[in-house]
Design a protein around this ligand. Structure first.
Ligand SMILES: NC(=O)c1ccc[n+]([C@@H]2O[C@H](COP(=O)([O-])OP(=O)(O)OC[C@H]3O[C@@H](n4cnc5c(N)ncnc54)[C@H](OP(=O)(O)O)[C@@H]3O)[C@@H](O)[C@H]2O)c1
Length: 458
């Protein structure tokens, strides 16, 4: 659309409209110059955008004002279909906006046909969509994850059998493997709002993920009462190395960032040699003060657990480790479970962080057998084993898919075929990861000082 403001303003206005803003999506982008009246134009346009985003077929509606020249605006409107875009023009809010801004323009807007754009973000509608909770549309909620069975813990409390992994939600930590080449993550506000809408109530967070403030803001914005959420976090190696006071300060910071008053579960992220027992002791104190409900550990081997036992400390309620059919460490799991410690499976969908797990031939054949997806087969395996499943996805449809693991069953032959996927090589890769990570981000990184080399692998 070409727009000119009224004579006398001394400015020309250039604008454009495209009928297709990418693939099958109907969309329009206006570039308007509203000289002098920018405040009135801005207010009318923002009011129109706020109402438009609630239209059923609207995916997003942005009003962007140029910094250098605040009289210039770009309105980006994306609709799920050309029909939805046409319906927008019939709405009261659009008609009101049109009337309101009409006399800010010098002549009627002229539609320029034929300007087409490719959507570089991808053509799937979800890439454009503002999350339902942010747009105020009725939440298309899926109750499956919300109704997931609870798993008992040895301290008498219980934990949802499925949670949502928050690693790389909104932020890819600078020191994460492959961080430099990682794609820009979707905004945490959107991902968490979608996870809540998908029914997830349990969130696995950590100091290391560098996003606890974002996750906290998103959880608060969701309006979900604290009592219906199960929030867990982990203290990172640098604070464990610094000692008890640093662990305490970090726990308080995590609670503040997450805006959660208390943590349902607080874990030692890695058993830092010579330091993790003191960290755990401080967590026992935090628990007695009501700041933490259950205590847990992560990445502990049988030998690390023995350090806590030797110090006469209460057993952790969970051990969060990588578990999937490609890294099924039977002896370790049996040892922890034998003591009543619940296993949490991280990277249940991606062994060593590689989504090739979901392309494995056996996994795919079982997916075909049960009419399910590969992620559901891997998730179902965890659930049947009694492990807590904490998948992460930034895509709403995958969040739903990952949660649908309670309405089918793998038989014993299926389970055995999956378990046969663990190899000696994978156990060795696990070992080298462990040796590297226990001192990661500490002054002793790169050394082997105090690191246990004789650990139970299987
Ligand atoms: N304690 C620890 O040391 C530790 C270590 C690693 C992880 N964790 C925790 O465990 C959680 C889960 O582990 P993770 O995030 O590494 O891996 P994951 O949940 O097993 O897999 C996540 C990856 O799979 C993709 N994905 C998810 N659902 C999918 C589906 N249905 N189909 C195809 N691809 C799908 C995701 O991509 P999209 O997002 O693009 O969908 C992402 O690339 C973490 O978020 C974190 O909370 C803990």
């Amino acid at each position: 659309v070409h727009v000119h403001v009224k004579p006398g303003t001394g400015e020309d206005v250039i604008g454009m409209q495209c009928n297709r803003f990418g693939g099958s999506l109907g969309g329009r982008a206006f570039w308007c110059r509203a000289v002098i009246r920018d405040k009135a134009f801005r207010e009318a346009s923002v009011a129109n955008a706020a109402a438009s985003i609630r239209e059923p077929g609207n995916l997003r509606f942005d009003v962007v004002q140029e910094r250098e020249d605040p009289t210039r605006f770009i309105l980006v409107e994306v609709y799920s279909s050309a029909g939805a875009a046409a319906a927008h023009k019939e709405t009261q809010h659009y008609l009101k906006w049109r009337e309101c801004v009409a006399d800010m323009m010098a002549e009627p807007r002229k539609v320029v046909q034929g300007v087409k754009y490719n959507s570089l973000a991808g053509e799937e509608p979800w890439r454009w969509s503002v999350s339902p909770s942010l747009s105020g549309k009725a939440l298309p909620s899926s109750p499956i994850a919300a109704a997931a069975p609870m798993l008992p813990l040895l301290d008498g409390r219980s934990i949802p059998s499925i949670g949502f992994g928050c690693y790389k939600v909104g932020v890819v930590p600078g020191s994460a493997a492959g961080a430099a080449a990682a794609a820009k993550p979707a905004p945490a506000m959107q991902v968490i709002a979608d996870a809540i809408a998908a029914g997830y109530r349990c969130f696995d967070s950590a100091q290391f993920y560098e996003n606890e403030d974002l996750v906290g803001r998103a959880l608060s914005a969701s309006g979900m009462p604290r009592s219906e959420l199960y929030i867990m976090s982990k203290v990172w190696t640098n604070k464990i190395f610094e000692g008890a006071a640093a662990v305490r300060a970090q726990c308080l910071k995590t609670i503040q960032d997450l805006g959660c008053e208390y943590l349902d579960l607080y874990m030692v992220h890695w058993p830092v040699p010579g330091k993790h027992v003191e960290a755990y002791k401080e967590m026992v104190a935090l628990q007695s003060e009501g700041l933490v409900r259950s205590l847990g550990v992560s990445n502990y081997t049988v030998e690390d657990l023995a350090d806590l036992q030797a110090a006469g400390l209460p057993l952790p309620t969970v051990n969060q480790i990588e578990i999937n059919p490609f890294l099924y460490r039977k002896r370790t799991i049996a040892h922890f479970e034998g003591l009543g410690i619940r296993m949490q499976a991280y990277r249940a969908l991606c062994n060593f962080g590689k989504t090739a797990s979901m392309e494995n031939e056996i996994v795919l054949s079982l997916a075909a057998k049960h009419g399910r997806s590969a992620s559901q087969v891997l998730g179902r395996w965890c659930i049947q084993k009694g492990f807590q499943h904490i998948p992460k996805s930034e895509r709403r449809e995958r969040m739903d898919e990952n949660a649908r693991v309670f309405d089918f069953a793998l038989d014993s032959e299926d389970m055995n075929r999956l378990e046969g996927l663990t190899t000696e090589k994978n156990l060795e890769t696990f070992k080298s990861t462990y040796l590297k990570c226990v001192l990661r981000d500490t002054p002793l990184e790169g050394s082997m000082e105090g690191v246990k080399t004789e650990i139970t692998l299987e």
